[in-house]
Design a binder for this molecule. Sequence first.
Ligand code: B12
Ligand code: SF4
Length: 468
Amino acid sequence: MKVLLIFIQADSGVDGASLLDSASTKRSLFSSLKDSALSNIIRRAQFAIPPLSLMILSSQQVEGVSQTICDLRFEKVPLDQHWDMAGISVQTGAVRPAFELARALRSRGIKVVLGGPYVTIFPEQCRDHADALVIGEADDVWREVQEDLLAGSLKAEYRVEGFPDLGVERVVQKSALDIKSYFTTNVVQTTRGCPYSCDFCNVHVMNGHRLRHRSIPAVLREVESFLKEDKRIFFFLDDTINSDELYAEKLFTELIPFGINWVGQATTALGEKPRLLEAFSRSGCGALLVGIESLDDGSNHAHKKFHNPSNRQVECIKSIREAGICVYGSFIYGLDGDTLALPEKLEAFIEETGIDVPGINLLRPIPGTGVFDRLADEGRLLHSRHDHDAFRFSWGQEMLYKPLRIPLQEFIPSYTALTKRVFTVQNALKRAARAPRLRSAVLMFNLLYVHMYGMSRKDLMRQLRELG
Ligand code: B12
Ligand code: SF4
């Protein structure tokens, strides 16, 4: 039996920014060609890492079944070959393309199994689009799905009760991947679950609040085995790699002898933990994405984010950078306490801290998150709460809700003016020159953002005109 595991490309966002309404937007041939070339570079260079979910599934091997990963960011569905079953990973912002693909595959007699964040949170919306649904973290149940396929007894639903125990060692293999398509294939997750409850995020909804660690020896063995196939940089995909400081310090201290380079995501609290910071730096940490969101505590608190008080941010970020680690600072403008005074403050903060790559996002209410339900109840969503497709992924390119304190007609110009000031070629050169490491990567990210935020402005200004 042949199984194809498919990762869907989002229409925009980090999968390669394109104008949201490119079909109806008139463009010169030159700008269309330029945009599509840059979009390709963004897809390949920026976040070209394989989907760990599908690597995990394909490592659950059953005799008589072969599995291949198809990543639609880089290839088309190989319909010239025979497939018995397709497993599609459905992300909330890419529901429409996932369902369209499911329909096309089923019409060819291929059985379709859907899994992933959207299926876990909204199984009822998926039922009609699949032969089988996997609800929850599929690490162990995927073997059963394959056995049932072999026996011709696929069930309509596989529901994972609770969460898999990550203390059980499960070896992740790369055999189903095309290694050379990627910037690196060294993607590792050490822990699942998040103790925090930010209302714009659905990680704690999908993976629970309790931190579930893998054993440190198992992670070390994985790093060692990955290095045999691919010597490139490691991505630790954990949402907060410093969430359990003791675990993190032990793990990264033990990783020092491996001599790897790695990047990950952390909270700025790391800047106040000199021993952990040293372990990160000595184990080869080159850059960390930190979620700062608003600079206004009231705004963060309105969205149930309490864990990074604004008065400590500047020092924390400076310490991380002084330890030789670049900082990607991720902000959200448009949170409930934000006013028109925020953009100027944010710009000054980026300057003062020396953040190497700023990312200034719009609040995106994702169906299944607390903020989505709240905005819907308050009548602030710009689309029906039932139209999940309207809440597609993008790159700061459209407003999906009304900010609390700023009228949309004023909010949009204030955001576009901010990104126009922050993302300039001159600033890109300056940030690269002062980056503590990875200067060429910092330059590339900043230059790509000049392009991506340019697209965001075009889309938003179109939306503003349409709003009248
Ligand atoms: C690494 C990462 C990326 C990487 C790689 C993409 C990827 N999804 O693998 C990059 C940087 C490219 C990326 C891009 C984006 N990301 Co991202 N990303 C993550 C992150 C941090 C880890 C993903 C991961 O590997 N998790 C570990 C695996 C093991 O978990 P999993 O994917 O949930 O898979 C398990 C189950 O869901 C299930 N499963 C998953 N797929 C399938 C398929 C089948 C057939 C079955 C049976 C089961 C199954 O079984 C798996 C094993 O238990 C998550 C946060 C998180 N903690 O998950 C955000 C996350 C997935 N990203 C998110 C977003 C919003 C984006 C972007 C839109 C950002 C942007 N503006 O462009 C893009 C969209 C790209 C895309 N095409 O989906 C959101 C998605 C929200 C949602 N509900 O869909 C998340 C959840 C973050 C958040 N805070 O909300 N991302
Ligand atoms: S945004 Fe980060 S810290 Fe907040 S709940 Fe999500 S994963 Fe946890």
